[in-house]
Design a protein around this ligand. Structure first.
Ligand SMILES: CC(=O)N[C@H]1[C@@H](OP(=O)(O)OP(=O)(O)OC[C@H]2O[C@@H](n3ccc(=O)[nH]c3=O)[C@H](O)[C@@H]2O)O[C@H](CO)[C@@H](O)[C@@H]1O
Ligand SMILES: C=C(OP(=O)(O)O)C(=O)O
Length: 440
């Protein structure tokens, strides 16, 4: 069981201002990229979240000197001692996050070998790593699966290759980038993911000396180089945290100004937010989200890879949809098992049914299989407080929103899971006038 118990007195609108910093889905990857440099890298806009601590710990074990100024949000990473530290076996932090798999390419380039412990991350489907391992083999690595992880070797170095991804996986695209930049010769990646966090990683790598071009048809070309240096970079803001606070404002009938939020990477979310009946205003350094009064409208939405509606935006939005008039349909096409969180919402009074069929859109990879990956939400339904347990990061945040929107007291167990991706969320809730008390 995950620690952390939060008591929430619901039924109050969230009102006020908060700030989001760098993206959870970019910062840890930019930290891994620092391993490829010969000099110090400096990363700004770093949020204080657990995934940053996990990767800091792993980098330190590999001999990288990590200096993190939490207040300023600046990380300095000095990789000059990686060869002398030469750590081959690390099982600490196994199961804490999915980032260790991205250490493969950088470690193979620097040390000729790597050991990657079993991965963690949210349990929202099987989350296989077959694309990653196929990619590493294509670059010339030998992959040996062991009981506690994977051992990789590349005694004669890595060579550029052609990779055709069966699905535009974010992690597999990052794996290719982090490996190809120092591999010998050219790499062509077809069917790549082009999420904003990936393009920010491309910016980081280009600052280090890499040669990468991203075409309009999901093809990325990388020319390997012999040396990369450290970078200075400011991480792009977290578009998932921004959307989470936007949905919280809507579900509670509130008004929240999110400093640091960037419109450009959120176009699809903002369209959906407006269609449901939410109001927003893009100001100098952020976006204000509020419930303008009147009824919210139901809608049909399908999650997809960028530039589609992001899967990590789905769970907080579902809570707002419980307050919309009529039937909404959410078709989850990225993960096969991402509606577990709706069980607690039903316990709180929501009317949500999940289906195996692809509802409301085109059929997806999960259509002919046994996965409950479509949800029908009938609203509006008043929510009431309950004792609930956080299942995963985004599902957990959606439980918090439901508890804030509900009449009465809720006790939310396992909130420490939310620290993985939301910087000081309890402090932010208090700044937004929520009545929350940490009991454990
Ligand atoms: C740390 C991080 O950045 N996490 C994000 C990243 O996860 P992550 O990089 O793990 O997600 P992927 O894009 O790789 O996964 C997408 C789909 O591809 C499948 N797949 C992936 C790899 C593989 O080897 N084999 C395979 O079948 C997955 O099971 C899933 O169905 O992108 C997801 C999709 O935007 C987001 O929800 C996560 O928040
Ligand atoms: C699925 C997520 O993250 P991870 O890939 O780190 O588990 C998420 O951020 O919602």
């Amino acid at each position: 069981m995950v620690d952390g118990l939060l008591q929430v007195e619901g039924g109050r609108p969230l009102r006020g201002e908060i700030t989001v910093r760098g993206a959870k889905n970019l910062v840890p990857k930019a930290m891994v990229a620092a391993l490829l440099g010969t000099s110090v890298s400096v990363l700004g806009n770093v949020p204080r979240i657990r995934d940053v601590d996990v990767v800091s710990g792993l980098l330190s074990l590999h001999g990288v000197a990590v200096d993190y100024d939490h207040q300023a949000g600046v990380l300095q990473l000095d990789p000059s001692r990686v060869e002398s530290a030469h750590v081959a076996d690390i099982d600490a932090h196994a199961g804490s996050s999915r980032i260790p798999i991205l250490f493969c390419g950088p470690l193979l380039h620097r040390l000729g070998e790597a050991f990657i412990p079993d991965l963690g991350g949210c349990r929202i489907g099987d989350r296989p790593i077959d694309f990653h391992l196929d990619i590493l083999r294509k670059f010339g690595a030998t992959v040996d699966k062991q009981s506690l992880g994977i051992r990789l070797t590349a005694p004669s170095g890595l060579r550029g290759t052609v990779i055709d991804l069966p699905y535009p996986s974010v992690g597999a695209t990052e794996q290719t980038l982090l490996t190809a930049v120092r591999a010998q010769g050219l790499t062509e990646l077809r069917g790549a993911a082009v999420e904003p966090e990936i393009l920010d990683l491309v910016d980081v790598l280009q600052k280090m000396g890499a040669i990468i071009s991203v075409d309009t048809d999901r093809t990325i070309h990388i020319e390997g180089v012999d040396e990369l240096v450290g970078y200075h970079h400011v991480a792009l803001p977290d578009r998932i945290e921004t959307a989470s606070w936007a949905s919280a404002a809507l579900a509670t009938g509130g008004d929240v100004l999110v400093h640091g939020a960037l419109q450009r990477d959120m176009t699809t979310f903002l369209n959906v937010f407006r269609k449901v009946g939410g109001a927003f205003d893009v100001s100098g350094d952020g976006i204000r989200f509020w419930h303008p009064g009147g009824d919210l409208r139901s809608l049909v939405v399908e999650t997809n890879v960028h530039p589609g509606f992001m899967t990590d935006w789905q769970q907080p939005l579902v809570v707002a949809l419980t307050q919309a008039q009529g039937l909404s349909i959410v078709h989850e096409t990225v993960y096969e098992n991402r509606f577990g969180f709706t069980q607690a919402l039903r316990q709180m009074g929501a009317q949500i049914q999940v289906y195996r069929e692809c509802l409301g859109g085109a059929s997806c990879r999960f259509g002919q299989r046994n996965f409950y990956h479509s949800a029908v939400i009938s609203g509006p339904t008043p929510l009431h407080g309950a004792d609930i347990e956080v299942p995963d990061l985004r599902g957990g945040f959606s439980h918090l929103i439901a508890a804030l929107a509900a009449e009465g007291t809720s006790r939310v167990e396992g909130v420490n899971l939310i620290d993985r991706g939301y910087e000081s969320f309890t402090g932010k809730l208090k700044a937004l006038d929520a009545d929350v008390t940490r009991l454990a």
